[in-house]
Design a protein around this ligand. Structure first.
Ligand code: KG4
Ligand code: ZN
Length: 340
C-alpha cells in the first residue's frame, strides 16, 4: 500500500509517502520557525494559515519526488491529535477531502504514535517489545511497547515537558525560538559542573517527569549573575546535563522494571546530541533513534503509522476529526478498531 502522510499538528507542515513494500518514497517538510520567531513561540492562528498555504504544493512535491500521481495513492494518513486545533483541522480536512475524491481510505493517526514508531523508518529497526522514551515539546513519556497499539504507560509528564523546559529555559537565556537546539549549541561551550541543578524526581521510585522546577533554578542562577552574561554557556550546560541525567536515569529504571533490553527514543528532544551519546553508552541495552530530522515533527512518521494501521485493515468513517488532547495509552491495536 502507498500511503500519503500529512502532519500539521503544530508549526511544521510535513508530507511523505510510505510504501509498505518499498519503504519511504518521499518526504518534504516546511518549518514555520521564521514565521513565529518574532513572537517567541507558536502563534496558533498563523500556524493554521501557513499550513493551508503549504499543503497542496507540498503534496505535489512528494508525488513528484516519488514519481507518482494522486491516483497511485492507496490511502491517506493525517495527524488527528494531539496538537493545535486549527492546525490539526487543516490537515484533517484536506486528508478527508482528497481521500473522498480518490475513493481511498483516510485514517487519523495519534501524533505521539507517529513519534513512537518513527525509529521503524531506520535500518536496523527495533523489534517489539521495547521501552520507548518520547520526549517532545508537549510530552515526556515512558511507554512499554508490545506492538502497534499495545502501549502501557510507565511514566508521564507532570508539568513542563522536556522540550518545553528546553524552550522556556532558552527564552530565559535570551535565545531564539525554538529553544532546544539553540540551548544545546550554547551548552557546547559551557563547563560541566560549573552550575549544578537538581535531577527532578530521581530520588523516588516514580517514572514520571517534572521539569518545571529546573526552569526556576535557572532563572535564579541568571538573576544571581546580574548584568554579567559571561556564564550563560555554563548555565546552559548545567541545565542540559540535569535534563539528560534525569532522562537517562529514568530510562534505565524503566528498562529494569519492564525487563526489556531494547530502548527506543523519539520526539524532538531525541535529536539532542548529548542525550543520544549518553543513551548509546548504556550497558546491556540496544538503543534505537530515528535520524534527527525524524525526531522532530515530520510527515514520514505519520505515513508509516498510518500505513501500519491501514494495511492491517483499520478504517474510520468520513467525519473530519481533530483531537487536541488524547492519551497515547488509550489506543488499541489496528485490527480491533473501527471496522468499516
Ligand atoms: O517532537 P517535536 O518536534 O514537536 C512536538 O511534538 O512537540 O519536539 C519539539 C521540541 C521543542 O521543544 C524543541 O526545542 C525540542 O524538541 N528540541 C530539542 C532539540 N531539537 C529539538 N531539544 C533539545 N535538544 C535538541 N537538539
Ligand atoms: Zn511532535
Amino acid at each position: 500500500m502507498r500511503i500519503l502522510g500529512i502532519e500539521t499538528s503544530c508549526d511544521e507542515t510535513g508530507l511523505a509517502i510510505y510504501d509498505t513494500e518499498r519503504g519511504l518514497l518521499a518526504d518534504r517538510l516546511h518549518s514555520q520557525t521564521q514565521l513565529h520567531n518574532d513572537y517567541g513561540g507558536v502563534v496558533p492562528e498563523l500556524a493554521s494559515r501557513d499550513h493551508i498555504l503549504r499543503l497542496l504544493p507540498l503534496i505535489d512535491e512528494v508525488l513528484m519526488q516519488a514519481q507518482l500521481t494522486r491516483r497511485d495513492l492507496d490511502g491517506i494518513a493525517y495527524t488527528e491529535g494531539p496538537g493545535l486545533i486549527g492546525a490539526l483541522l487543516t490537515g484533517a480536512t484536506l486528508a478527508k477531502t482528497l481521500a473522498w475524491t480518490l475513493n481511498v481510505p483516510a485514517l487519523g493517526v495519534h501524533h505521539l504514535e507517529g513519534h513512537l514508531l518513527a525509529p521503524l523508518l531506520e535500518t536496523p529497526s527495533p523489534a517489539f517489545p521495547f521501552v520507548a522514551l518520547i520526549v517532545s515539546g508537549g510530552h515526556s513519556l515512558l511507554m512499554d511497547v508490545q506492538g502497534v497499539g499495545r502501549y502501557e504507560l510507565l511514566g508521564d509528564t507532570l508539568d513542563d515537558a522536556a522540550g518545553e523546559a528546553f524552550d522556556k529555559t532558552a527564552k530565559l537565556l535570551g535565545l531564539p525560538y525554538p529553544g532546544g537546539p539553540a540551548l544545546a549549541q550554547l551548552a557546547q561551550s559551557g563547563v560541566a559542573g560549573a552550575f549544578k541543578f537538581s535531577r527532578p524526581l530521581t530520588d523516588r521510585p516514580t517514572l514520571d517527569f517534572s521539569f518545571s522546577g529546573l526552569k526556576t533554578q535557572v532563572m535564579l542562577a541568571i538573576k544571581a549573575q546580574g548584568d554579567d552574561r559571561s556564564r550563560d554557556a555554563d548555565i546552559a550546560r548545567g541545565f542540559e546535563d540535569a535534563v539528560v541525567d534525569t532522562l537517562v536515569w529514568k530510562c534505565q529504571r524503566a528498562l529494569h522494571r519492564s525487563q526489556r533490553s531494547r530502548l527506543v527514543v523519539a520526539g524532538g528532544v531525541g535529536a539532542n546530541k548529548r542525550l543520544r551519546e549518553r543513551l548509546l553508552a548504556l550497558p546491556q541495552c540496544d538503543v534505537y533513534f530515528p535520524r534527527p530530522a525524524f525526531c522532530t515533527d515530520n510527515g514520514a512518521m505519520i505515513a508509516l503509522a498510518g500505513a501500519l494501521r491501514l494495511s492491517a485493515g483499520q478504517r474510520e468513517d468520513s467525519i473530519i476529526r481533530a483531537t487536541p488532547r488524547r492519551e497515547l495509552a488509550s489506543l488499541l491495536p489496528p485490527a480491533k478498531v473501527g471496522d468499516d
